[in-house]
Design a protein around this ligand. Sequence first.
Ligand SMILES: [Zn+2]
Length: 345
Amino acid sequence: MRNLLLLPFLIALPMAAQTPDWSKVNDEAMRHFQALVRIDSTDPPGNETRVVDYLKKVLNAEGIPNTVVAKDPARANIIARLKGNGSKRPLMIVGHSDTVRVDVSKWTFPPFSAAIDGGYVYGRGTRDDKSDLFAALMTMVMLKRSGTPLDRDVIFVSEAGEEASTGPGIEYLIAEHWSEIDAEICLAEGGGVRRQNGQPVYSVVQTTEKQPRSMLLISRGPSGHGSVPLRTNAVVHLANAVSRIAAWEPPTRLNDTTRTYFEKLTNLSKAEDAARYRALFDATKSAAAREYLAVNSPIEYSMLHTSISPNMTQAGLQVNVIPSEAQATLDVRAVPDEDMPASWR
Ligand SMILES: [Zn+2]
């Protein structure tokens, strides 16, 4: 995600009128990144207009044409466009301006501080998705300043409401502003460049997404006094159910993208890792490889199948009362061709 910054620059550099002073560019980029992280745009409620106000100032200062469009005035989107010669259809670069909620007490550095420590920037949204937002912004700025001739229009979009409520964001943009965002190619979060020791090893491209589905698990039992434990305690039953679900490994279901991904990795990895990726395709060896990924590379483990993560639990009103009900919410992410109704029968 963060490496969107790199890709457009690599493309733009050979065409640019003169080589930019990269240390200055880095300083400027970091200033924008920190400024964006410092704007609290937690969704809900979002307040993405605060982010848009910042972006607009930068775009205006560079003379980059832009429009602010909003279904909800507090949750604006901004669309900016640099004109190409029209020989190719537009390229769109997108970042979303909202972030997920945060438990401030768990943070060493305050989540909206954008504090730098040990070469890392700390803050909510540093990876999702203000990284893409500032990279896209800087791409626009650099393209404009360098006067790079473009075959395609480059469209920059700051999208509201990606995390919890797409209504004021992408749904509104598609419904009401399609002609302004109509593009042949869109670069957004999801792909990126994997590096080792600072060196790029390979790039990843996301072709589609899993289908998110939340599921509610409810257990019920008789209520009672906490001084008299019951075998029928709803909390205990729920805990057992959650731990069984967490221990269950959904069947591996590779598709063209994930199969190609793991196959290519066998050529790009150290011998030991390559053997492990190869083992994924061998039924007699795959269990150990999957287990390794589950522990050491959860993101790749999750690519193998539909995933289930129990993320919320709720039960009880006070300590001395056995509750009559307990609930767990499961975050289910189905592989794109999963037949959800059939899988859950
Ligand atoms: Zn995101």
